[in-house]
Design a protein around this ligand. Structure first.
Ligand SMILES: C[S@@+](CC[C@H](N)C(=O)[O-])C[C@H]1O[C@@H](n2cnc3c(N)ncnc32)[C@H](O)[C@@H]1O
Length: 463
């Protein structure tokens, strides 16, 4: 039965959409409809803990230490700090995934391997990264090839050195048994949780599509299950309100694989609704606009109780023979270079935290790797042609290069890949910085500056 006909007449939820929701515990039809009609989507950002900057925020997102609401939505495109990776613009509810990771891993003592299976554009990948140490490995996978560049760009901005980006179907992970300690499946879904932010999504919604999404979610989870270690954690999330895509999936996981549900502590004041799946009573966490200051989200955490076999059948990929003299040159560009494993892909030198060398070899045998660690650059004689990834990485040794600090106006010129109005002294490769944070490279010549900001990510819009 529809309640509140007058509001409903003003708001075009798809037919039958609210029917199922009205029977969900903790769902308040009035708050929900009012939030969609009268409360705009809140603007929120998450600060990069590794790139401190002076950022004006308004209030704290209660479930995320680094998450903040902004009372107004500024132009992020024209804020150089955004391009420097000082913060990520992320919907507030999604940040709960970080709270789950911190809950299941309070001490952070032993290094872990984490997979973000459905990762693009990388919001939750950067969130997970902030909660990890550099000795932890984070694999970010995206099945759709055209979505991989945005994922890699966002990770480059974040400055990560312990992340590997892959472009694979979940079934390709099926041969990597018992590898990951934590797997996040932020599943493709029917998307009702984004109706307020993107009302056009309402036209796409149908009960038939919810069923298709449910089937796809089961397929993805079955494919990835063997890659999770015994006692490892599966974090499952959607931005759908549909029971079939949420609690029903938890029941299916518990029935099919004997997974154990993990209860996540929440504060009553946060407005999050804790639910239980109908059969196995697995806990789930629902975010409803009107109850929380954020968009729709469902999240749950489960633990694997059995082993899918070990990793003993992996052969070492063999050592790449690397020219020692070249490596000595390249090493100088990283701080704490001895903590890194250096390798070459074609002419490019790359580095990843030393402890991830074996994992990289294993993954390389099974997956299509699109980015690993930090790309340092190519050598031309004794000179490094530095890569953009190096400029933004957290480990660049700034003593090896010149630095040119830009005003906001100059930084925008640089980010547009335009000429920069600046008098320079010095010659050679220079890090172009804004408020001390690197944006990328330029080459300083006696009478001009060559702007090397990557074409593909330059600011195109006029305002
Ligand atoms: C909800 S979005 C992920 C959002 C991302 N985790 C974030 O926080 O920025 C779901 C992702 O799943 C991917 N996807 C679509 N079909 C898939 C499939 N069959 N298997 C795995 N991933 C799929 C989509 O390309 C999309 O990037």
């Amino acid at each position: 039965m529809r309640k509140f006909e007058s509001d409903m007449d003003n708001y075009n939820f798809p037919p039958h959409f609210l029917d199922g929701l009205n029977t969900e515990p903790g769902f308040d039809n009035t708050d929900f409809v009012n939030a969609h009609i009268h409360q705009p989507t809140p603007t929120s950002i998450r600060i990069n803990p590794f790139k401190p900057a002076d950022i004006k925020t308004d209030s704290q997102i209660p479930w995320c230490n680094e998450g903040f609401y902004l009372n107004e939505r500024p132009s992020f495109t024209f804020d150089p700090l955004f391009h420097a990776g000082a913060y990520y613009v992320q919907e507030a509810s999604s940040m709960f995934i970080g709270h789950i990771l911190n809950t299941i891993r309070p001490d952070k003592e032993d290094a872990i391997k984490v997979l973000d299976l459905c990762a693009a554009p990388g919001g939750k990948t950067t969130l997970l990264n902030s909660a990890l140490n550099s000795s932890d490995l984070l694999v970010a996978n995206e099945i759709i090839k055209t979505r991989v560049p945005i994922l890699s760009d966002n990770l480059n901005r974040w400055g990560t050195t312990n992340t590997i980006v892959t472009n694979n179907d979940p079934r390709d992970f099926n041969s990597i048994h018992s590898f990951f300690d934590v797997v996040l499946v932020d599943a493709p879904c029917s998307g009702s949780g984004m109706f307020r932010k993107d009302p056009a999504a309402m036209n796409e919604w149908s009960e038939g599509n919810v069923n298709l999404c449910h089937q796809r979610q089961e397929r993805i989870l079955a494919d990835i299950y063997p890659a999770l270690k015994e006692d490892g954690y599966l974090i499952y999330s959607t931005c759908s309100y549909s029971h079939q895509e949420n609690e029903d999936i938890l029941d299916w996981l518990c029935n099919e694989f004997g997974l154990e549900s993990i209860r996540i502590p929440i504060d009553m004041g946060w407005g999050i609704v804790e639910t239980e799946s109908p059969i196995k009573k697995a806990w789930g966490y629902r975010f409803y606009p009107g109850k929380v200051k954020g968009e729709g989200l469902f999240a749950a955490c489960l633990r694997k109780k059995e082993s899918s076999g070990g990793v003993s059948n992996y052969k070492n990929n063999g050592q790449q023979k690397l020219p020692a003299k070249e490596m000595d040159l390249v090493k100088q560009y990283l701080n704490n270079a001895d903590n890194f494993y250096f390798f070459k892909v074609n002419e490019d030198w790359l580095a990843i935290n030393r402890e991830h060398k074996e994992s990289l070899n294993i993954l390389h045998r099974h997956l299509y790797i699109k980015k690993s660690g930090v790309r340092i650059g190519k050598l031309a004689g004794n000179d490094l042609i530095p890569d953009h990834e190096l400029a933004l990485s957290l480990v660049i040794n700034k003593d090896m290069v010149l630095t040119t600090e830009l005003t906001k106006e100059q930084a925008i010129q640089y980010l547009r890949r335009d000429n920069i109005d600046i008098m320079v002294t010095g010659k050679g490769w220079s890090l172009m910085t804004y408020e001390g944070l690197p944006l990328g490279w330029a080459k300083l010549l006696p009478n001009r500056i060559n702007n090397y900001y990557p074409k593909e990510i330059r600011i195109m819009s006029q305002h």
